[in-house]
Design a protein around this ligand. Structure first.
Ligand code: ANZ
Ligand code: ZN
Length: 876
């Protein structure tokens, strides 16, 4: 009988909605998924994310933990505003309708969320605290306003943070970004660069994600070197040196030019002195609009202009020409570099263009191109002959002695640009007063609520809310105007996990004590695309809030699981590729449980998951089979008990292994074990007693709960149990039943049946007539016993080579990995006995005749392939 999943879903959906609550006491476990942007519909990526999370939450809850498992919506953001423009819908209405739809789908999925903690970031109750934090940051110098070269997306009509520019394009709409000079608000994330970097080592995160953060923070250790200016410039500029940052001070004897960033204030000043003002002004205008990515790429031709100026080499005292060049960025290092054409590709191209000397100072075979590696110094006065690493140290020391340089650390990470010229976000709680200047709102005036009466379509809609903009200065009560920029929505998602802990607090963003009890998040599950933005911002927020006294932890997310993407035809599902499988079209056919099972079974969480309709169909059939066996038990009149011992042993081994796999996030392995067990149960169902059956289904309904919550509850109820399986204790294996010698026979048999099926599939035989099973010789058993405790195949081979079996290594190679770590190798007599006992089962399974041979009794080449526990098989 097929499982009536629709009935179960209907019944328990309403139960799950209200069943789960974190308790006041007990060992805490905070399980969190990255909350979604309410686009309106769940896609497979969401489903995967939430299924993994729910397995963890349910498993930990059943294992006695006090689980906090909330859900909410990251509901500010551009799409709502674009919808407003396109469909003439208010962002709030559009957003809240989407949340409603998405939430219904999430409830369908049967997740064990505590819905009463739900957060929606567009609600004033929430964003009030964004404003509160903004003011606290402002008061403590962590937020500031400055005119800056900003990345501007012409399509989204707003500025973007550096992190939101990918390869020179807008992260959201892929439009090429433009560069603009604008007044913007920044969060001083750079203050925490070192700590953000160092604390990565404390985190149980995928190494890949940590590496991306390390690169993003981009710590670089090198040397600051002062190049003395020529006399004329010293006088005119009032400074004596140009300071450069280099990681390769070992190449200092190869310097043939110095280059200053076009936007660097010194560029124009020197140009003025040297009568090149007009030319340089034009050049700067041209360069400033190019993006960072192109400017620094090694492929692009580098533009530059000689400034008619010179500096003096700190060692050789030679005159070095000073240029301005596009590849030098104004906001990294000192914005000035020393050019070493022989050892830097960009400098090499630049030197060729400008006819500058290319002097090799690190030994290299090939002088046709730049050699960027380390090596032995040449042409470097006293330092000649040293190795790069040693030279860097010695040259830096020498410069220090002469007061011309010092060791230095630089970071690539820039302060986080948080202001956006858009409507659907948190209003920045700042007013501009003619008398007092930039003034933060008073805390008691919060929230500054987003006005509803605005006009969309051109520029920042908030600028059209004239009545709202007009306000009084909190300091002097005089006329003032509100800031019309809103906060980047990444601000909202940088602390939502703290609000979930204390979501209804009206007096504070959250209570410190309660937050300290629940934080950090024990497992955080989400997409790897958040490796830099969200996952750096949230870490920064926690550190900043710690320093302002709001909490006392250093890191928000102890363990991070980044799930792989869902693909179809090997490519990520996407609208543009037209290869989307919509969960809402899958669920009515196969049910929530089958979808969840399939997603967990098909791939390890971190790996990409290829969608397959046949795959989910198979899972559906499997779940029906579980129900078939269950029906058999419920309706059965006559039960045997010959296999009780065996099946109870198997059940308890399953509990042990399945639990271990789930704990380690190895869901596919857990589910393979589960499926194997059901196969055995089905095979022996006629010889299992009613009591054993009852015990088995009680345990099964619990084991399957995290994966298939609806099926779990349905079975639990049918068994006549009270309450809900979701709230029961996780089963423990009973050692009393776990006897290896009982299951070895059954394991042997199921492996053998699997192997026969495999061969049947490979040889494409519809029906089998005869199966010959050939048992391995006794000497192979001795050899295998010799290597079974080896750590790996390599070690096993070494061991055989040293034994008396060294000449027969080839004959032992088949299935060698299978024997590593195996705990029991039966004699050939025992194997024959097992086969004789179960011959009829195999014959029934394949409706074919079974013949059993000893390896030495059969002349066939295939017979030689027989190994202990892995007989050779010949089928007809
Ligand atoms: C001389 C030199 C010789 C360099 C050589 C490299 C190789 P990271 O590792 O990224 O920190 N640099 C410094 N400031 C720069 C700026 N504002 N814009 C563009 N490039 C800048 O790289 C440091 C290196 O990047 C520095 O070391 C400098 O070039 C360049 F054979 O100095 B090097
Ligand atoms: Zn004022």
């Amino acid at each position: 009988m097929p499982y009536d999943f629709k009935k179960a879903e209907k019944e328990f959906r309403e139960v799950f909605k209200k069943l789960f609550k974190a308790k006041k006491k007990g060992k805490k476990f905070y399980c969190l998924e990255m909350f979604p942007y309410p686009s309106g519909r769940l896609h497979m990526g969401h489903i995967r994310n939430y299924t993994i999370g729910d397995v963890v939450a349910r498993f930990m809850r059943m294992n006695g933990y006090n689980v906090l498992y909330p859900m909410g919506y990251d509901s500010f953001g551009l799409p709502a505003e674009n919808a407003a423009i396109q469909h003439n819908l208010k962002p709030k209405i559009w957003t809240e309708k989407n949340i409603q739809e998405m939430k219904e789908q999430q409830i369908d999925m049967g997740n064990s969320y505590e819905w009463s903690r739900e957060i929606q970031t567009h609600k004033p109750e929430y964003y009030k605290w964004n404003q509160f934090f903004f003011i606290k940051f402002f008061e403590n110098g962590l937020v500031y306003k400055k005119k800056a070269i900003s990345n501007f997306c012409p399509k989204c009509n707003t500025v973007l943070a550096n992190e939101q520019v990918h390869d020179g394009k807008c992260w959201r709409c892929k439009t090429k970004v433009e560069i603009k000079h604008l007044d913007q608000w920044f969060l001083r994330i750079t203050k925490y660069a070192d700590e953000l970097l160092n604390d990565l080592s404390k985190l149980d995160w995928p190494e890949r994600i940590k590496e991306m953060q390390r690169n993003w923070i981009g710590k670089s250790e090198g040397t600051l070197v002062k190049f003395e200016l020529e006399e004329e410039l010293k006088k005119a500029l009032g400074i004596n040196y140009l300071e450069i940052f280099t990681t390769r001070v070992d190449t200092i004897f190869g310097v043939s030019f110095i280059a200053i960033a076009p936007e660097h204030p010194l560029t124009l000043e020197i140009a003025k002195i040297k009568g090149k003002e007009e030319e340089i002004k034009k050049f700067v205008e041209e360069i400033v609009i190019e993006d960072r990515f192109e400017r620094t790429s090694k492929e692009k031709i580098k533009k530059g202009i000689f400034l008619n100026a010179f500096a003096i080499h700190p060692f050789t005292k030679q005159k070095i020409p000073i240029y301005t060049a596009s590849f030098v960025l104004p906001d990294y290092g000192t914005g000035i570099v020393m050019g070493v054409p022989a050892h830097d590709k960009r400098d090499f191209e630049f030197a060729k263009q400008h006819n500058l000397p290319i002097l090799f100072v690190i030994k290299s075979e090939n002088t046709e191109e730049a050699y960027e590696g380390y090596g032995k110094l040449i042409n470097s006065e006293n330092f000649t002959g040293l190795d790069s690493v040693e030279a860097i140290e010695k040259i830096t020391k020498e410069l220090e002695k002469r007061n011309l340089g010092k060791k230095a650390k630089m970071y690539k990470i820039r302060d986080w640009l948080i202001s956006r010229q858009r409507y659907w976000g948190t209003p920045i709680p700042i007013v501009y007063c003619k008398k007092c200047g930039i003034v933060a709102e008073k805390i008691e005036n919060l929230p500054i609520v987003l006005p509803e009466e605005v006009t969309f379509g051109k520029g920042n809609p908030l600028e059209t809310a004239e009545e709202w903009i007009k306000t009084k200065c909190p300091k002097c009560k005089g006329d003032a105007r509100r800031e019309t920029d809103t906060l980047d929505t990444f601000f909202d998602s940088s602390w939502y996990f703290l609000r979930f802990i204390d979501p209804k607090n009206k007096k504070q963003p959250f209570n410190k004590k309660i937050v300290e009890k629940w934080m950090p998040v024990d497992v955080y599950i989400g997409g790897a695309e958040h490796a830099t933005m969200h996952l750096i911002y949230a870490r920064f927020f926690v550190k900043a809030l710690r320093d302002l006294g709001f909490l006392n932890i250093d890191e928000p997310f102890k363990k991070l699981v980044t799930q792989g993407i869902v693909t179809l035809g090997g490519e990520a599902m996407s609208k543009s590729k037209g290869n989307i499988v919509d969960p809402s079209e899958i669920i009515p056919y196969f049910g929530v449980d089958a979808l969840r099972f399939f997603i967990l079974f098909k791939a390890m969480p971190e790996k990409d998951l290829e969608w397959s309709n046949e795959g989910i169909e198979d899972i559906k059939k499997f779940l029906d089979k579980v129900l078939d066996v269950f029906e058999f038990f419920k309706n059965g009149k006559k039960f045997g008990n010959k296999k009780d011992k065996l099946i109870l042993a198997k059940l308890n081994f399953l509990i042990e292994e399945y639990t271990r796999f789930i704990k380690n996030f190895e869901f596919p392995y857990a589910l393979i074990k589960f499926m194997d067990f059901i196969k055995s149960l089905n095979r022996y169902k006629e010889e299992i007693s009613k009591d054993a059956f009852k015990e088995i289904f009680n345990k099964i309904s619990l084991l399957i709960n995290p994966v298939c919550p609806y099926l779990s509850e349905a079975i639990w109820k049918e068994l006549g149990n009270k309450g809900y399986s979701s709230l029961q204790k996780w089963p423990k294996p009973n050692k009393k039943f776990m006897k290896k010698e009982i299951v070895i026979e059954e394991d042997y048999l199921s492996d053998l049946i699997k192997d026969i099926n495999q061969i049947k599939k490979i040889t494409k035989k519809e029906r089998l007539e005869k199966i010959q099973i050939i048992i391995a010789d006794e000497w192979k058993r001795k050899a295998v016993r010799l290597i079974k405790d080896c750590k790996n195949v390599k070690e096993a081979i070494e061991k055989i080579k040293k034994s008396k079996y060294k000449d027969r290594l080839n004959e032992l190679m088949k299935h060698l990995p299978y024997f590593i770590g195996i705990d029991f190798v039966p004699t050939s007599k025992k194997e024959i006995e097992i086969l004789q006992n179960n011959k009829d089962i195999i014959e029934r399974e394949f409706r074919a005749k079974v013949e059993i041979f000893l390896e030495k009794d059969l002349k066939d080449e295939k017979a030689k392939k027989a190994m202990p526990l892995k007989p050779s098989l010949i089928i007809f």
